[in-house]
Design a protein around this ligand. Structure first.
Ligand SMILES: Nc1ncnc2c1ncn2[C@@H]1O[C@H](COP(=O)(O)OP(=O)(O)OP(=O)(O)O)[C@@H](O)[C@H]1O
Ligand SMILES: [Mg+2]
Length: 283
């Protein structure tokens, strides 16, 4: 028997609604017909500009990520790193430029929820887990995504989904904390849980904005291991100021400055770049 793909299961299984009716196509986050990664490019940003009241937060920014790569984005405060993620996720519309997810998905035409449905997961800096729910319930809830307003009591997990919850619990190192109230986790564990909630939706592209800020050294090291293990299966864009962390995970590094790419290359290469030292690392 061919191996079942969890996404297909979610996609195909009709789910009974509270009123007994059966809704076509499963959960609210049912993904759009797949992202086309056949040319090896996961994210393609070209000539993107964003202005806020005349101030150019992004200035003809061009950048692309290959499928499965783990890209670190560094640069001084106000360089435009978060704004770039806002553009990718549909939160901010650029004044000009183009943004594609895979070959065919024009991100600038999608609303935020549609970007998520297409397979882009975003982690904001502050953890946003459901504090009063258990770790496990948080992960299960993530499956229901935008239908979380519906009563959870009648939600039944398929065997494949239960397996998925177990696998993600292991990945984020919370398998021995599954029953714990999320609000009682450490800051780092909450961050992992939120990453786990993103992983439940099996995003192709993960955007992580300062994921280790406020973590202990131990938590930071475990997070580095997690990200390295996610690369290949997912494409990751990681914004961080913590250069020790960046050194642990970095493959290719992009330095943003004043809304555009200042330098790109291995961490050693960009660290040796005088312009980079001048605007960022030398401070
Ligand atoms: N909604 C907004 N309205 C006005 N200005 C904004 C808005 N969002 C961002 N900016 C400005 O755009 C610039 C880029 O901000 P952005 O948050 O993208 O920087 P960043 O590289 O993420 O910085 P940091 O490392 O501090 O997080 C900053 O000068 C910021 O003040
Ligand atoms: Mg930022």
């Amino acid at each position: 028997m061919a191996e079942l793909d969890w996404r297909e299961i979610v996609y195909q299984q009709p789910q009974p609604e509270l009123d007994g009716s059966v809704q076509e196509g499963g959960y609210g986050h049912v993904r759009q017909p797949g992202v086309d990664l056949s040319h090896g490019v996961a994210l393609y940003l070209d000539d993107i500009s964003v202005s806020f009241d005349g101030f150019r937060a992004l200035n003809k920014l061009s950048l692309s990520l290959n499928v499965g790569e783990l890209r670190c984005i560094i640069g001084p405060n106000g360089a435009g790193k978060t704004t770039m993620m806002d553009v990718v996720t549909g939160k901010t519309r650029p004044d000009s430029g183009s943004a594609f997810f895979g070959q065919t998905i024009d991100l600038l035409k999608l609303r935020e929820a549609e970007v998520v449905a297409a397979g882009v997961g975003r982690k904001f800096q502050k953890p946003t887990v459901f504090e009063d729910l258990s770790v496990q319930d948080n992960l299960e809830l993530a499956l229901k995504a935008d239908k979380r307003a519906r009563a959870t009591l009648f939600f039944r997990l398929s065997a494949a989904q239960r397996q998925r919850v177990g696998a993600v619990l292991e990945q984020i190192r919370l398998h021995d904390q599954a029953g714990r109230r999320a609000g009682d986790l450490s800051h780092g564990q909450k961050q992992w849980l939120e990453i786990g909630m993103l992983l439940m939706l099996e995003p192709q592209l993960l955007l992580l904005d300062e994921p280790v800020a406020g973590m202990t050294d131990f938590e930071t090291d475990r997070t580095a291991e997690l990200f390295v293990s996610l690369a290949g299966k997912h494409t990751l864009m990681v914004v961080e100021h913590d250069m020790d962390f960046v050194r642990k995970i970095a493959d290719k590094v992009t330095v943003l400055h004043e809304g555009s790419v200042l330098a790109e290359g291995s961490l050693d290469q960009v660290q040796a770049d005088e312009r980079v030292v001048e605007v960022y690392l030398g401070r």
